[in-house]
Design a protein around this ligand. Structure first.
Ligand code: C2E
Ligand code: MG
Ligand code: MG
Length: 830
C-alpha cells in the first residue's frame, strides 16, 4: 500500500493519557502520514462516528474502557456497516480477548508489550488493507459512470477508488452526450450502471442538462451525484432540484468521501426501489393490511383491499382507532387483542372475528396479527391482516346445514330429528311434560310420483314441507325421513289430547288442495302418534312406534290418524310374517283359483266365471284374498301373482272351450299396481297367445279407484286392451267417486254394481234408487250391468225388473274350485 494518495486517519480510543502520548510520538516519528485523533470514552467515540461519512479510516481501540469495552465499539461499527477498519489493543496476557475480537470482526489486534509501538504503523496499514479486501469481498460491486473532462481528476479518482474501495468500478467518459449514450433510453431497460457521477464543468451538454434529460425526458431513476468546485455549489443545488441525489465539493479530502457518497446514494436508490416494490406488493394484496401504532391508531393501510373489504377510502381511516373496523370491538378488545398482545403471533395462528363495513354491514373475517417493530426490534405497533371469509363461512354453514337437513325440502333430517328428540326427552324428564311424535306419509304418493313424474313429486313435497312449517310452533321440529315420510316432533305437550288436536289439524290442512305446476292436487295422509312417556322413553323407539301406529291408520281409513298401542306390535309382527310367507307362496305353488259363475239374468244361462285367487297357507289354511291382496300390492308381489292368475285363468278358460263349454268367458281381477306396469298390455297379449284363448273370452275387472288414479294413462292402456279384443269391466262400482258420465271416456264393456248396494237393495230405498239409476244410465251409454253379491231371490227379482243384464252371487253359486265348477256348470239349470 502506498501512502501518497493521502493521510491515513486514525481515531484512537484510549483512556490512559500516557499511552496516548507515547503512541502519538511514535507515529509522528515512524509514519507521519498517519493522522491520529484521540478520545477517551466509548460515548465520545460513538458521537464521532455518528455522521453517515465518518472522517476516519481506522478505529484503534483499547479493549477495556471506562464506559464499556472495545468489543461494543466493534459491534457498533460492524452492525452499521461503517467503512472503518477496527484494530483492538489489549493489555499483555489478554490475548484470548483479542482472539474474541477477531472473531467478532476486528481487522487486527495488538498486544501492549515490548516494542509494540514500532509495529503499530504496519499493523494499521495492513488492517486497513485487510478491511478493504474483506469488505470488497463482502460487498456488491458498484458500477459508476463518471463524466469528467479532466484526465488528471479522473485518473486520481480511479486510483483512489482502486485502492480504498476496490468494489467500485469506474467507467470514465468525457462529455454529457456520452453519458446519455451509455444509459438506457427508458426506465424499463436495465441500466448497466448503478450511479452516475457528473463533473459540473462539461463541454457540450452540461451536468444540469444531463440530469434533466435523464430524469425528465427518460424518466430514469439511476442515482446522480455531482462533483462541483469550491464556490460553485449553486450548480449542485440546481441539480438537486432537477432530481440529482447528492453532490461533492472538489476540495482537500473529497476523495475520501467519494466512495461513501456513492454508496449512500446507491443504498438510497435500492431502498427506494425496495420501497416501491413493497408498496406495490402491499397495494396488490387481496387481504386488507392495517398498520397501527401502539395505541391502535391506524397509520397505514393498503387502499384497494381496504376499499373492497370495508368500503372505506384510506383517508377515512388513517388516524382513526382500528376499533372502527370491528363489529364487536368491545369483545374483541378483551379477547382478540389480548391474545395478540400477549404473544407475537405464531405463524398460522389466525383469529376469526366479525368486521364491520362502512355501510354497517357485518362480515366474517380472519385476522392474523403481527407486531410492528422498528430497526432495534422494539415493538412500535401492530400489523393486522384481514381476510374476508364470508364465502367460506357460508360454505361451511351450508355443509353443516346439509349434514342436518334434507336437501330437497330443507326440513330437518333423521340425525337432526333424533338429536332434537333427545333434547326434548331430556327436558321432559325434568319438567314432567309429554313429548309427541307424529309420523305420517302421504296416501298414494307413489301413484302421483309414477304418473306425474319425480320432478312433480319433488315439487309437491317441497310445497307440503312449507305448509307443514307453518302449522307447528317454533319449538317443534318438522323432519323428512325420506320419500314421502315426515315426522313432526311436538316438544312440550301437556295432554295427549293436544297431540290428537295437532294431528287432526295437520290432516285437515294437508287435505286442502295444493297447487303444483298449475295443477290442483289433492293429497291425504295417514298419521301415527307415539307419546313419551307412555309409549317409550327412547327416541328411536318412539319413532318406530309412531310408524306402527301409522300403519294401523292406513289400514283403517285413508286420511286418519291412530295412537300407538302395544297390540300393534303383535299385529305388525303377524303382518311381517305373512309378508315373508307370501313371498315364498308363489314358488311353493300355494295359490289356486276358485271360479264363480256369472249368469245372464234374462236367459238364466251361465255365460262366464270370475276367477278369484285363494291362498292355501300350510298352517293357516285358506287365506281370503282381502287378507293378502293389499299386502301383495304394497310389496309389489301382486305383479308376479297377478300374472300367474291371468295365465292360469286363461289356460283354464281355453280348456273349457276345448271341453265344449263354448262361449264361456273368464273374468280376471286386475290390481292397480298391475295395471300400471308399463308392459301390462304386452303381458296380456302374450298370455292370450300362449294359452290360446281368444281375447274376446277374457274380461278384465278393474276397480273404479284404479281408473280414477291416473286417468290419462289409463285411457291409453284401455284403448290398447280394447284393440287386443279383451273386454273391460268396472268392478265394485259405486264405492268410489267416479260418475258415470266420467267413465264415458273409457271403452268399457260392463259395470259391476258393488255388493254393498245389492245387499240392501230391497230394504234401503236409497240403495234401490241408486241401483236403478245406475242401470238406466249405463244402458244409455251402451254398457252391460252386472249385479254382484246376489244372495236372495228378492234381490234377483229387483235387478231383473230394472233390466240388470247379469248377476253373480251365492244365490247362484259360491266361488268353487276348478273340479267342482265344471260339474256345476254341467248340472246348471235355472
Ligand atoms: P271382487 O272382485 O268384487 O270379487 C267378488 C267377491 O265377492 C269375492 O270375494 C266373492 O267370493 C264375493 N262374493 C260373491 N258372491 C257373493 C255373495 O253373494 N255374497 C257375499 N257376501 N260375497 C260374495 P273374494 O273371493 O274374497 O275376493 C275379494 C276380492 O279380492 C275381490 O273382489 C277382488 O277385488 C279381490 N281378488 C280376488 N281374486 C283376485 C285376483 O286374482 N287378483 C286381484 N287383483 N284381486 C283379486
Ligand atoms: Mg271382481
Ligand atoms: Mg266386486
Amino acid at each position: 500500500m502506498t501512502t501518497s494518495e493521502g493521510p491515513l486517519r486514525v481515531l484512537y480510543l484510549e483512556d490512559n493519557p500516557v499511552d496516548t502520548d507515547l503512541t502519538r510520538r511514535a507515529l509522528a516519528r515512524l509514519a507521519p502520514h498517519i493522522q491520529l485523533e484521540s478520545v477517551t470514552t466509548l460515548a465520545a467515540t460513538l458521537k464521532r462516528l455518528a455522521p453517515a461519512c465518518p472522517e476516519y479510516d481506522i478505529v484503534l481501540s483499547d479493549l477495556s474502557l471506562p464506559d464499556g469495552s472495545g468489543l461494543e465499539l466493534l459491534a457498533h461499527v460492524r452492525e452499521r456497516d461503517l467503512p472503518l477498519a477496527v484494530v483492538i489493543i489489549t493489555g499483555s496476557g489478554d490475548q484470548e480477548a483479542a482472539v474474541t475480537a477477531l472473531k467478532a470482526g476486528a481487522d487486527d489486534y495488538l498486544v501492549k508489550k515490548d516494542n509494540y509501538l514500532n509495529l503499530l504503523p504496519k499493523t494499521l496499514t495492513s488492517a486497513l488493507a485487510n478491511f478493504q479486501t474483506t469488505r470488497a469481498g463482502r460487498r456488491k460491486p458498484l458500477r459508476v459512470l463518471y463524466a469528467e473532462p479532466g484526465n488528471f481528476d479522473a485518473d486520481l479518482t480511479r486510483r483512489y477508488l482502486a485502492q480504498h474501495a476496490p468494489h467500485i468500478s469506474l467507467d470514465v467518459v468525457g462529455t454529457g452526450t456520452e453519458v446519455l449514450e451509455c444509459l438506457p433510453a427508458e426506465p424499463t431497460v436495465t441500466s448497466p450502471y448503478d450511479v452516475v457521477l457528473l463533473d459540473y464543468r462539461m463541454p457540450g451538454l452540461d451536468a444540469l442538462e444531463v440530469t434533466k434529460a435523464l430524469r425528465q425526458e427518460r424518466g430514469l431513476s439511476i442515482p446522480i451525484v455531482l462533483v462541483t468546485g469550491h464556490g460553485s455549489e449553486e450548480v449542485a443545488i440546481q441539480a438537486l432540484r432537477l432530481g440529482a441525489d447528492d453532490y461533492l465539493v472538489k476540495q482537500e479530502g473529497y476523495l475520501q468521501k467519494l466512495s461513501m457518497v456513492l454508496e449512500n446514494v446507491q443504498k438510497q436508490a435500492a431502498l427506494t426501489t425496495a420501497e416501491v416494490r413493497y408498496r406495490n406488493l402491499f397495494a396488490s394484496m387481496r387481504d386488507a393490511i392495517i398498520i397501527t401504532d401502539l395505541s391502535r391508531t391506524i397509520i397505514d393501510v393498503n387502499q384497494p383491499a381496504l376499499r373492497t373489504l370495508f368500503g372505506y377510502e384510506a383517508e377515512e381511516v388513517l388516524g382513526q382507532s382500528s376499533a372502527i373496523l370491528y363489529a364487536d370491538h368491545d369483545h374483541f378488545e378483551q379477547t382478540g387483542w389480548a391474545i395478540f398482545n400477549r404473544h407475537d403471533l405464531v405463524p398460522g395462528k389466525l383469529l376469526e372475528t366479525r368486521f364491520r363495513r362502512k355501510s354497517g354491514e357485518v362480515f366474517h373475517g380472519e385476522l392474523s396479527a403481527l407486531k410492528l417493530k422498528n430497526d432495534k426490534n422494539d415493538p412500535v405497533g401492530n400489523i393486522g391482516i384481514i381476510r374476508d371469509i364470508t364465502e367460506r363461512k357460508l360454505y361451511e354453514e351450508k355443509l353443516k346445514h346439509l349434514a342436518t337437513h334434507d336437501e330437497l325440502t330443507g326440513l330437518a333430517n333423521r340425525p337432526l330429528l333424533l338429536d332434537r328428540l333427545e333434547q326434548s326427552l331430556h327436558y321432559a324428564r325434568r319438567s314432567g311434560c309429554l313429548v309427541g311424535v307424529l309420523l305420517f306419509d302421504l296416501d298414494r304418493f307413489k301413484v302421483i310420483n309414477d304418473s306425474l313424474g319425480h320432478a312433480f313429486g319433488d315439487k309437491l313435497l317441497c310445497t307440503l314441507a312449507k305448509r307443514l312449517m307453518h302449522l307447528v310452533r317454533e319449538a317443534d321440529t318438522v323432519a323428512r325421513l325420506g320419500g314421502d315420510e315426515f315426522v313432526i316432533l311436538l316438544a312440550e305437550v301437556a295432554e295427549p289430547e293436544d297431540v290428537g288436536l295437532v294431528a287432526s289439524k295437520i290432516l285437515q290442512h294437508l287435505a286442502e288442495p295444493l297447487w303444483v305446476d298449475n295443477r290442483e292436487i289433492l293429497v291425504t295422509a295417514s298419521l301415527g302418534i307415539s307419546l313419551y312417556p307412555k309409549d317409550s322413553d327412547d327416541g328411536a323407539t318412539l319413532i318406530r312406534n309412531a310408524d306402527m301406529a301409522m300403519y294401523r291408520a292406513k289400514k283403517n281409513k285413508r286420511n286418519s290418524f291412530a295412537f300407538y298401542s302395544p297390540e300393534m306390535n303383535q299385529r305388525i309382527l303377524e303382518t311381517l310374517e305373512l309378508e315373508g310367507a307370501l313371498r315364498q307362496a308363489l314358488e311353493r305353488k300355494e295359490f289356486c283359483l276358485h271360479y264363480q259363475p256369472q249368469v245372464d239374468l234374462a236367459s238364466g244361462h251361465i255365460v262366464g266365471c270370475e276367477a278369484l285367487v285363494r291362498w292355501q297357507h300350510p298352517e293357516r289354511g285358506m287365506v281370503p284374498p282381502d287378507d293378502f291382496i293389499p299386502l301383495a300390492e304394497e310389496t309389489g308381489l301382486i305383479v308376479p301373482l297377478g300374472t300367474w292368475v291371468l295365465g292360469e285363468a286363461c289356460r283354464q278358460a281355453r280348456d273349457w272351450q276345448e271341453q265344449g263349454l263354448l262361449g264361456l268367458s273368464v273374468a280376471v281381477n286386475i290390481s292397480g299396481r298391475q295395471f300400471r306396469e308399463p308392459d301390462f298390455v304386452a303381458t296380456v297379449e302374450r298370455i292370450c297367445q300362449e294359452s290360446g284363448l281368444e281375447p274376446q273370452f277374457l274380461e278384465l275387472e278393474i276397480t273404479e279407484s284404479v281408473v280414477m288414479e291416473n286417468v290419462e294413462s289409463a285411457i291409453m292402456t284401455w284403448a290398447d286392451l280394447k284393440l287386443l279384443g279383451v273386454s273391460l269391466s268396472i268392478d265394485d262400482f259405486g264405492t268410489g267417486y267416479s260418475s258415470l258420465s266420467y267413465l264415458k271416456q273409457f271403452p268399457i264393456h260392463s259395470l259391476k254394481i258393488d255388493r254393498s248396494f245389492v245387499c240392501d237393495i230391497v230394504t234401503d230405498s236409497n240403495d234401490a234408487a241408486i241401483a236403478s239409476s245406475v242401470i238406466a244410465l249405463a244402458h244409455t251409454m251402451g254398457l252391460k250391468v252386472v249385479g254382484e253379491g246376489i244372495e236372495a231371490e228378492e234381490q234377483l227379482q229387483f235387478l231383473k225388473e230394472k233390466g240388470c243384464d247379469m248377476g253373480q252371487g251365492y244365490l247362484f253359486s259360491r266361488p268353487l274350485p276348478v273340479e267342482e265348477i265344471v260339474l256345476a256348470i254341467h248340472q246348471w239349470k235355472r
